[in-house]
Design a protein around this ligand. Structure first.
Ligand code: MG
Length: 382
């Protein structure tokens, strides 16, 4: 029987790639629900192609126009943030793919896990903010989280058939972003256009800026901690500019397993949907000979202070990673609007982490309140 799939954020980069994977898998997947923020035109096109039972549109005005256009086509339209959350809590799907951007994705992940639904997770911010809550919900309902993030998919694949107690450490690889070799003194002059030019991956704006500051790797350390339940000193970062080795696991006997592939999100998305199988696909193949060589470096923590901030937040625990995440996201949006410098991003994050009222075991209400506090903190910062 076909797997019943819901896709949150279907008009974004991950959503669009997921639908290409769905096309390739054919009858194996039945797309039941789609959601979009404000790209009504693309959502309407997707709805007419995949005939979901319902779609959710967060922007109320766009939602009304989507409803009007789709009326009589047997697709119900859920509106606003409420509508999105209602969709995320539905129990009549096998798997929910969360391709939402930023902290907006946290609550939907929690709702799905609470409902006992497996989540193919691209929204790493969910685990960064609410790792403890999600882990507790998983223990109660037995819902699984299948990583879509390429590094975590790689580690997941390397760990297949292995004992956790045999793991010495995991090695998260990162491209180093567009400023890997740029002079530190010129970082304050970095423009938005420069930061949006990623060397290897074609992704949404927020994650592309996160790659430029390397906060993306920092968030991935925290994500890895919750997915694989390892302490921060067993999670290392290695810069690998070619983005071919997506991550590796070192075992206690000295053996290292790495997972490779062309940098194409469709591969980890497909694995999350077809796990534990690696079924036939027609994506571009990896040609090792054509690549010639792969190189590796230590990340420069001085030029990329975001990495250290993320490790520090993970060690501190409690509410700090949630504040780190929201402060980062808001600072990135202010950078994109040219309101702050590239080098202000880590400064603002540090200030927010230091100044918030720390909570040891934040509940969902606490996280929602902290999100509001952090948003206004960042927006008032100058
Ligand atoms: Mg990644």
């Amino acid at each position: 029987m076909a797997k019943r799939l819901s896709i949150l954020g279907s008009t974004g980069s991950i959503g669009v790639n997921t639908l290409q994977v769905v096309d390739m898998l054919g009858d194996e997947i039945n797309v039941c629900y789609l959601s979009a923020n404000q790209n009504g035109d693309l959502l309407i096109k997707q709805a007419r192609t995949y005939h979901p039972e319902a779609v959710a549109v967060v922007d109320p005005e766009v939602a009304r126009s989507v409803e009007k256009t789709l009326s009589g086509e047997g697709i119900s339209v859920l509106k606003g943030r409420e509508g999105l959350l209602e969709l995320a809590a539905r129990t009549d799907v096998d798997i929910m793919l969360n391709g939402l951007v930023g902290s907006a994705g946290m609550e939907p992940t929690l709702l799905a896990v609470n409902a006992g639904i497996d989540v193919a997770l691209s929204n790493k911010e969910s685990l960064v903010m609410a790792g403890e809550l999600i882990a507790r919900a998983q223990a109660e309902t037995g819902a699984d989280i299948f990583p879509v993030d390429s590094e975590h998919s790689a580690i997941w694949q390397c760990l297949a058939g292995e004992e956790k107690e045999d793991v010495r450490r995991i090695i998260l690889t990162g491209s180093g972003g567009p400023f890997r070799t740029r002079e530190a003194e010129t970082f304050s002059e970095i423009t938005v256009a420069e930061a949006l030019r990623h060397p290897n991956w074609n992704m949404g704006k927020k994650i592309t800026i996160d790659s430029a500051t390397m906060m993306n790797k920092g968030l991935e350390v925290i994500e890895a901690h919750w997915l694989f339940r390892l302490p921060p000193d067993q999670i290392d970062i290695v810069v690998h500019p070619q983005s071919i080795i997506h991550s590796a696991v070192e075992f206690k006997d000295g053996s290292v397993k790495a997972q490779m592939g062309v940098p194409d999100m469709k591969i980890p998305i497909q694995y999350a949907l077809t796990y534990p199988r690696h079924v036939e696909s027609n994506w571009e193949r990896l040609d090792l000979v054509k690549l010639g060589k792969l190189t590796f470096e230590t990340p420069d923590m001085n030029r990329f202070p975001a990495i250290g901030l993320a490790y520090e937040a993970l060690r501190k625990g409690g509410s700090t990673p949630a504040v780190l995440n929201v402060a980062n996201e808001q600072a990135v949006y202010r950078f994109i609007k040219n309101e702050i410098l590239f080098t202000d991003i880590p400064k603002i994050i540090q200030a927010a982490c230091d100044q918030h009222e720390w909570i040891k075991h934040p509940k969902l209400e606490d996280l929602i309140q902290l999100e509001e506090w952090t948003k206004s903190f960042v927006n008032l910062y100058n």
